[in-house]
Design a protein around this ligand. Structure first.
Ligand code: NAD
Length: 378
């Protein structure tokens, strides 16, 4: 082993089945006036939200709700929550849900305490959040985006059709509470898309130009778990052991992206999400993965052999393995299945070259190669 590396995840992680019941005591000391950020409350959330609220109240929190998180959060949605947090003088923000609710909570923690539009604080801006940022608690209900352990909050500027992120260490959650019991209600399509997202975080961190021995170790484990357990949770959604394994892989993969990052598929997936908000993040990634494998395989053969072994050892190549796996989990789709047409190709190609993720790929695309990939996944 050679070379230096750094590894940081400052979040306190509490992991375990039914650990939600302890939430109040686990986060005591972070504040008193809590904003609980969720999507519009649906029946599946009610029992766990009741447990959460009662645990928070027992620990002395005054709990206010913001039900305005939406799938693929928009600038308008995160700013609405920020305004409410400011009006209520909130001192801790709790995101309960999938990546969309957790990312909304993270953005609110910045928006409640900083002036101007939240778009001024995205990764490429000279203006960055300061330590006025409120403490964040992240409680995932999908496995997942890893957002409970990352310094990233993703949202879309609808006017610009640009899905971007605040990327700053100040938005690492102070506390992450990962309770696999919360994932058993996740519908099949969401389980598949979010489970594949876990794989992509681990795999792209493994091949990333900033990868490190610790990231590779965590990533390899996460990849193996997804290969084994994602098909199991899809067959048997109430299998708590399989849900626990996927929640564990999700957390490992979150630690990976926090310390290495993502590559070509995510840059493309983010651009696709900005153009077609009806495509879930994990599905967008699944759409681009076969072409990404074709394009990149020769530049990282050992990693792609690991992919083949983890996802479909019976396949004769990494490309066949990803295709077999995507079919097995129901994510083998094209962009045109979601209404995309060839008239979008030029603008989408341009947007895919905006985020720098593609530059960390073992093989870097030119703009013409990016266009060819998009044409192939259309
Ligand atoms: P999501 O949060 O958008 O949720 C998708 C759907 O699943 C919603 O309708 C939600 O109500 C439902 N759902 C969630 N949990 C459920 C449960 N337990 N039972 C039943 N239904 C449930 O989906 P996601 O994939 O978790 O998050 C996607 C967002 O996260 C995207 O905006 C993506 O860009 C972002 N993301 C962020 C990071 C990060 O590090 N911050 C990393 C990857 C992705």
């Amino acid at each position: 082993m050679s070379g230096e590396f750094n590894y940081v995840v400052p979040t306190k992680l509490h992991f375990g089945v039914d650990i939600l019941t302890q939430c109040g005591s686990l986060i005591s000391g972070l504040g008193k006036r809590a904003l609980l950020v969720t999507m519009k409350v649906e029946p599946f959330m009610e029992p766990s939200l009741a447990i959460l609220r009662s645990s928070l109240k027992e620990a002395g929190f005054e709990v206010h709700g913001f039900e305005g998180a939406i799938p693929n959060p928009t600038l308008a949605s995160v700013e609405k929550g920020s305004q409410l947090a400011r009006d209520l003088d909130i001192d801790v923000v709790i995101g309960f849900g999938g990546g969309s609710a957790m990312d909304t909570a993270k953005a609110i923690a910045v928006g409640a305490t900083h002036e101007g539009s939240l778009w001024n604080y995205i990764w490429s801006s000279d203006t960055q959040p300061t330590d006025k940022t409120l403490p964040i608690v992240a409680i995932p209900t999908t496995s997942g985006t890893g957002s409970q352990l990352t310094q990233v909050s993703v949202f879309t500027n609808e006017d610009l059709k640009y899905k971007a992120a605040i990327y700053n260490e100040l938005i690492f959650p102070a506390v992450a509470i990962v309770d696999p019991r919360l994932m058993v209600t996740t519908p099949k399509a969401v389980t598949a898309a979010t489970g594949f997202d876990v794989f992509t975080h681990a795999f792209e961190s493994y091949i990333h130009s900033n990868s490190s021995p610790i990231v590779k170790t965590l990533a390899k484990q996460a990849i193996a778990i997804v290969g084994q357990y994602l098909p199991v949770v899809l067959e048997d959604p109430h299998n708590i052991e399989a849900r626990t394994q996927m929640a564990f892989a999700d957390s490992l993969a979150g630690m990976c992206i926090a310390n290495a990052g993502v590559t070509l598929p995510h840059g493309m997936g983010m651009a696709i999400g900005g153009f077609y908000p009806n495509i879930s993040h994990g599905q967008a990634l699944a759409i681009v993965y076969p072409e990404f494998v074709k394009f990149t395989e020769s530049a990282a053969p050992e990693a792609f052999e690991m992919l083949r072994n983890a996802l479909a050892p019976e396949a004769s190549s990494p490309l066949e393995a990803i295709e077999v796996f995507l079919s097995k989990v129901g994510l083998n789709k094209k962009l045109s299945d979601f209404g995309a047409t060839s008239s979008d190709v030029s603008a989408l190609t341009e947007q895919c070259m905006v985020l720098p993720d593609y530059q960390a790929n073992p093989r870097v695309t030119s703009s013409d190669e990016m266009r060819a990939i998009i044409e192939a996944v259309l």
